[in-house]
Design a protein. Structure first.
Length: 629
């Protein structure tokens, strides 16, 4: 028998009517499941924010399910007029959609992330992790969802004639539409007027992209752009403490620590752009010998491959992803705050006058007014002048404890050359042409010459401080902000901030600590470890270091060596392990490199480590603390 046109039209009409009701009941089911997002993110405190969350919960999930129907089920209704086959197909699609929603909820509750490539890798990995255990339960949940969908589909089909008489389709569609549009209108207003109780919810639900319309509002006279810019600047200056918790709790000190006399002085020596392998008897013989007589860390890594996050990690003990929030709130490093409370004088000396924003916006924002200015265009002479200024300043502090920071630029600006001996030839200064046209050997030799010059300055400074007995009561930290690469990875990478290889991350770390025997540490250490080490072993902080830093006391590494370290910034995070380095971007995409920084196309990250890293990158934010509690 051949179906007539009317018969085909009737079947399609029935399937479309059934599809509408099937979609409605799935919207209700998805909304009920979606309450887990509301529970995990917390109930807002203000009436408008509560209204927004309620409208978003109804409108967003209603839109997602209905969009799935329009894109997939509706057109298929014309291609598969068989009601049995169509219902089976719809049940499979809905089961798959709800399953993905449950997986996303697990990810959101565990990592506060929605489903992406990295989270998917977490789910399918064979490691015995908490989220992997949730994944195993899906083998039970998915069949239950499937049979429930079959039951709903069958009941709707049998009740279709009775349901069609209710004529509630238009009111239901209108209600969901009003919720959807209303939520976006509220967010448009909140985004334009910085109403954070609403804008902070923008990532609560999966595939949520709330609307903004500042340009439209400005064009039609609803928003004054100058007033908006002024308000944004004011808010950035007075961010409330809900953005970041640093430290997590008020720090406590040992009773007798602050009264200890004499207090030890503290000197940081920062040679910008100095990579770890420069500390050898040929290029830097003076500091190499000094390192052999003190504490030498042979596998020390900066907290990033650029100056900003490298310095941030050194002084705050936190990964670079926290830098933006710290800067917005104007929070000083706990290390410097403690030094000031203990009566330390602060002395800052720099050949480039600390021109990086991380210094004058965050680390030393209230200490730069007393820093002597070095007006010397020649970088080598500027370094020499900074050392002279530091030496004179230190010699005038016989009784008052002091903290001093010395920053040298000649190594980082090696292309400019300088007025110093150049034992490594041929060097860049001997040839004409741009830096890009020079061979690696010319660049590397010029770099070696600059490092050799810096070695002479710092070695002479150490000899002077030692001869005057100042080193007997002074802790010295000698290091760098990041390394420099000369394409050793074969990936056309030069300088810094181009990859996360050891050439750009590994830096020297030498510590002179009065009373400590010389030792060489061959386990991983990080810039994030400096703050906990000084706070606990120098300043007598009794609070556990996890309350104010992500690192560990360097004196404890021998007992429990770490298996991984973090480096990176707000864009990427690098997880350095023995044998490989995993790079994860802010979207959750990852790449795995071997020990020579060669990309491993089939490389898989160690999931348990990545989960620990993600926890570390979020635990100073209030939302994460509420989840843990």
């Amino acid at each position: 028998m051949v179906d007539t046109g009317n018969s085909y039209r009737d079947k399609v009409s029935q399937l479309i009517s059934w599809g509408h009701w099937f979609t409605f009941f799935n919207i209700i089911a998805v909304m009920l499941i979606g309450t887990r997002y509301v529970y995990s993110s917390g109930w807002p405190e203000t009436p408008l924010a509560q209204t927004y969350q309620l409208l978003t919960w109804i409108g967003h999930f209603g839109f997602l399910v209905f969009a799935l129907y329009i894109v997939i089920l509706f057109p298929i209704s014309f291609a598969i007029p068989s009601q049995r086959l169509m219902r089976l197909f719809a049940v499979i699609v809905s089961t798959l959609g709800i399953t993905l929603l449950i997986v996303d909820i697990y990810a959101f509750e565990t990592l506060h992330l929605h489903l992406n490539l990295l989270v998917w890798e977490l789910l399918i990995s064979g490691e015995n992790t908490q989220i992997n255990a949730h994944w195993q339960t899906l083998f039970i949940v998915v069949p239950a969802i499937f049979f429930l969908e079959v039951a709903i589909a069958e009941w709707i089909w049998r009740s279709l004639r009775r349901l069609s008489r209710k004529r509630v389709g238009v009111p239901i569609a209108l209600a969901f539409s009003l919720c959807f549009v209303g939520s976006h209108l509220i967010h448009i207003w909140a985004d334009a007027f910085f109403y954070s109780p609403v804008t902070s919810q923008r990532s609560n639900f999966p595939l949520s992209y709330p609307m903004t319309a500042k340009t439209f509002m400005e064009k039609h006279g609803f928003l004054d752009r100058q007033e908006y810019q002024k308000r944004r600047a004011e808010i950035r200056k007075r961010q409330n403490s809900d953005d970041i918790l640093y430290p997590l709790e008020k720090l406590t000190f040992n009773n007798n620590a602050s009264g200890a006399e004499p207090k030890q002085n503290l000197l940081f020596i920062m040679v910008d752009g100095l990579r770890a392998d420069m500390l050898n008897p040929i290029v830097m013989p003076g500091m190499d010998s000094f390192a052999d007589k003190n504490l030498r860390f042979n596998k020390h890594y900066s907290s990033s491959n650029d100056t900003m996050a490298g310095i941030f990690g050194l002084f705050y003990g936190l990964p670079g992803n926290y830098a933006k929030s710290i800067r917005a709130e104007g929070l000083q490093p706990e290390l410097l705050m403690t030094l000031k409370k203990e009566g330390y004088d602060i002395g800052l000396f720099s050949s480039n006058n600390l021109d990086n924003p991380i210094y004058y916006q965050s680390v030393f924002s209230d200490s730069l007014k007393n820093m002597p200015t070095v007006n010397q265009p020649n970088v080598s002479l500027a370094d020499k002048k900074a050392v002279e200024l530091l030496t004179d300043w230190v010699e005038n502090h016989d009784k008052t404890p002091w903290f001093s920071f010395l920053q040298l630029s000649s190594v980082d600006e090696y292309e400019k050359g300088g007025d110093y001996k150049k034992p490594f030839r041929p060097a860049l200064e001997d040839h004409q042409g741009s830096v890009a046209n020079h061979s690696p050997i010319l660049l590397k030799n010029s770099y070696n010459n600059a490092a050799h010059y810096a070695d002479g300055l710092v070695s002479e400074l150490m000899a002077t401080l030692s001869s005057k007995g100042i080193l007997d009561n002074t802790i010295v930290v000698f290091t760098s902000d990041h390394g420099v690469e000369f394409n050793e990875t074969g990936s056309n990478s030069w300088g810094a901030n181009t990859n996360y290889s050891r050439f750009q991350l590994q830096v020297p770390m030498v510590i002179h600590w009065p009373g400590q025997a010389h030792a060489a540490q061959n386990d991983y250490s990080s810039h994030l470890d400096i703050v906990p080490t000084l706070m606990e072993s120098m300043l007598g902080v009794s609070s556990p270091s996890y309350l104010y830093a992500s690192g560990r006391n360097l004196f404890e590494l021998t007992n429990t060596p770490r298996k991984w370290i973090i480096a990176g910034d707000s864009r990427d995070i690098a997880v350095v392990q023995r044998g490989n380095t995993t790079i994860v971007d802010k979207f959750g995409n990852y790449h795995v490199y071997d020990s020579n920084y060669k990309l491993q196309p089939d490389g898989k990250p160690q999931i348990s480590v990545l989960m620990q890293v993600m926890h570390e990158l979020k635990r100073f934010y209030p939302n994460h603390q509420r989840e843990q509690n």
